[in-house]
Design a protein around this ligand. Structure first.
Ligand SMILES: Cc1ncc(COP(=O)(O)O)c(C=O)c1O
Length: 398
């Protein structure tokens, strides 16, 4: 056992679920992690689909460092500052809504809390519909909408009242809308923790129609799918459906802690001043990192890279599926690809053996039965080839 792991076990809460346990690192750069063991690891986890421009991108770090020397914190409630406003303006240009307004917070869960509160507040209806297999976060409201792993909820019930968990079935959704006071419907366009299941276009179009008919707000949780992960700015762009409210976090600031709840102007304008807020939300340093992230994504054409190399990697993984029966399915979009193995113990063995061979892969799916390939969006073809070579070698070994 490494000294670091020993210290972790003595001082940090045991509640944290660790993918690998004893895996201490010293630093990270681009697509690589540098272990305390002196080894270099190819990182196809991106800090759980978060380091969009790669680890410690120089432009993002420089923007954050520059901001740090000017203003670290004041709280937007106390005084207005440039990075918050600039980022909200940038958001308008990349989201699918025509006239969007942003509320910034610090994490995905908090973005989801914000969206749920906004939907309830603006609609004046208490009910929310979420879907089976969804993951929306660990705070109490977000957890109430989360069923990807029932273990997450154990010990915390009762959760939010008036949260209805539906199957992906429009007739069930309509039944709920007819009989309950539904103010919002929250859905991930690709079920992230649910195993990288892509929601069908028809289903989303049907959901949009039902929300319009019954006066509920459609919320896309794009915490994982947003910011180029799926090969477009947002997964919504693949679907041809415009939500009323969106949640974002993860890739938004290349690893700096930021979340966003973005809504159509007519929805946001119903939120009265003071009805929601956050001390640290939209902190100047994190907003500066997000602005730099957007700039790097545009300059380095990372969305195009995600679509192109994601397509390439998916094709190669499908070829491996035809070769190795252990792979049951390959799914996802852009650089968000899930490999369904169907057996958590086998997935763990693959992850551990990949790690020994210098490749970091993590799992997802209800019981951890799916491997996910989510490299930074700056990944190069040569790095994908290297990862696939290690992955195939490990498949042969096990
Ligand atoms: C779709 C989705 N929503 C919300 C969250 C919660 O985000 P956070 O862990 O930043 O609170 C996650 C995290 O994995 C997520 O994938």
């Amino acid at each position: 056992m490494s000294k670091t792991y020993e210290r972790f076990k003595k001082a940090a809460s045991p509640v944290l679920g660790l993918y690998f346990g004893d895996f201490p690192i010293k630093a990270a750069k681009g697509c690589y992690l540098f272990g305390e063991d002196g080894k270099k690891y190819l990182d196809f986890s991106s800090g759980i689909a978060t380091c969009s421009t790669g680890h410690c991108h120089p432009q993002v770090i420089a923007a954050a460092a520059k901001q740090m020397k000017k203003l670290v914190h004041i709280c937007i409630g106390v005084a207005l500052y440039e990075p918050y406003i600039k980022l909200a303006e940038e958001m308008k240009t990349i989201v699918p809504m025509k006239d969007a307004m942003s509320f910034f917070c610090q994490s995905g869960s908090e973005a989801v809390e914000s969206a749920l509160k906004l939907a309830k507040y603006a609609s004046k209806k208490p009910g929310i519909i979420a879907f089976q297999g969804a993951f929306h976060g660990r705070t109490m409201g977000a957890l109430s909408a989360t069923t990807s792993k029932m273990k997450y909820r154990d010990g915390y019930e009762p959760l939010l009242p008036e949260m209805y968990i539906a199957p992906l079935d429009l007739s069930v959704v309509e039944g709920l809308m007819k009989t309950k006071q539904i103010g919002g419907v929250i859905i991930e366009p690709v079920l992230g923790e649910g195993g990288y299941v892509v929601i069908k276009k028809d289903f989303m179009a049907g959901l949009r129609k039902l929300c319009d008919t019954y006066g509920a707000y459609l919320i896309f949780d794009e915490v994982q799918t947003g910011f180029g992960r799926t090969g477009k700015w947002f997964a919504a762009d693949h679907l041809g459906v415009v939500p009323d409210i969106m949640t974002m976090a993860k890739g938004i600031a290349s690893g700096f802690t930021l979340g966003a709840c973005v809504g159509k102007r007519e929805v946001m304008e119903k939120w009265s001043p003071g009805a929601h807020g956050s001390t640290f939300g939209g902190n100047p340093v994190n907003c500066a990192a997000a602005i730099a992230t957007i700039s790097v994504m545009k300059k380095q054409k990372l969305i195009e890279n995600s679509a192109k190399l994601g397509g390439y990697m998916k094709k190669k993984l499908e070829e491996l599926k035809n070769k190795y029966s252990v792979i049951k399915d390959v799914r996802g979009m852009g650089l968000m690809i899930g490999i369904d193995i169907g057996d958590a113990a086998v997935v763990k063995k693959i992850m551990d053996t990949c790690l020994k061979n210098g490749l970091v892969l993590i799992s997802t799916g209800g019981g951890g039965t799916v491997l996910r390939f989510v490299p930074p969006l700056i990944v190069k073809k040569a790095e994908i080839d290297k990862a696939l070579k290690i992955f195939e070698k490990v498949l042969c070994q096990i």
